[in-house]
Ligand binder design. Structure first.
Ligand code: BG6
Ligand code: MG
Length: 210
């Protein structure tokens, strides 16, 4: 039985993927190429610098380390502009209810995200206090599909990974959860999340909403 629940943030708790996309797309535009929504799928769950790497490959753009840092910084500034205006109404359907229900059942709850903006987003949405532990991009060095973020999250809850269920919307995240030794619930398309133990459309399917 599930003693701990570990949630990815972007695409699971809140739909920030669209803001990541807008900010990456405008960087691509400044660099002189189109970055499509299909290209953007490859960035889900991937760290900021690795996302930039993929984007530069798509555009066939060469850049040195200093230029890359500047580009990543410009993208993040634009992204932070968007998320500074996030509203609690942008929490995905059922997410808040499900977190509350897990807590009332005594299940420990953690965040396991690649984002360095995770704390900021949780505070903006008013749900920071629903997490017993927050492991984010400021605390781990190896990106999903490496299991580091989920191993750290289960350790922070004081639980074995096998007693935890990971909730993920990205293929790399599902792989990371499996590699950690947890059960994984994929959120989204069964094609993309084939390795998950179960695939649902959203947390609203698990939350009991009265
Ligand atoms: C992940 C997102 O949660 O965080 C990625 O799915 C994003 O798209 C990554 O690149 C890093 O986020 P941030 O906020 O640190 O740039
Ligand atoms: Mg995600």
């Amino acid at each position: 039985t599930m003693k701990g629940a570990i949630f990815d943030l972007d695409g699971v708790i809140v739909d920030t993927a669209k803001y990541h996309y807008l900010a990456w797309r405008s960087l691509a535009k400044r660099l002189g190429f189109e970055f499509t929504e299909e290209d953007n799928e490859r960035l889900k769950g991937v760290s900021r610098m690795e996302s930039l790497q993929i984007l530069l490959e798509v555009g066939g753009v060469e850049a040195n380390e200093a230029e890359r840092l500047e580009m990543a910084d410009a993208k993040n500034k634009e992204y932070v502009d968007y998320i500074s205006r996030l509203e609690p109404s942008e929490i995905l359907p059922g997410a808040r209810e499900y977190l509350l229900q897990l807590r009332s059942r005594g299940v420990k709850v953690a965040l396991g995200s690649a984002s360095k903006n995770a704390e900021f987003i949780l505070n903006r949405l008013g749900i920071a206090e629903l997490f017993d532990a927050v492991i984010d991009g400021t605390k781990v060095s190896k990106a999903k599909p490496d299991p580091e973020v989920f191993l750290a999250a289960s350790a922070a809850l004081g639980l074995e990974p096998s007693a935890c269920v990971v909730f993920e919307d990205a293929a790399a995240g599902v792989q990371a959860g499996k590699a950690a030794g947890s059960k994984v619930v994929g959120i989204g398309s069964a094609d993309i999340l084939a390795e998950a133990d179960r695939v649902i459309n959203g947390l609203y399917e698990l939350a009991e909403i009265h």
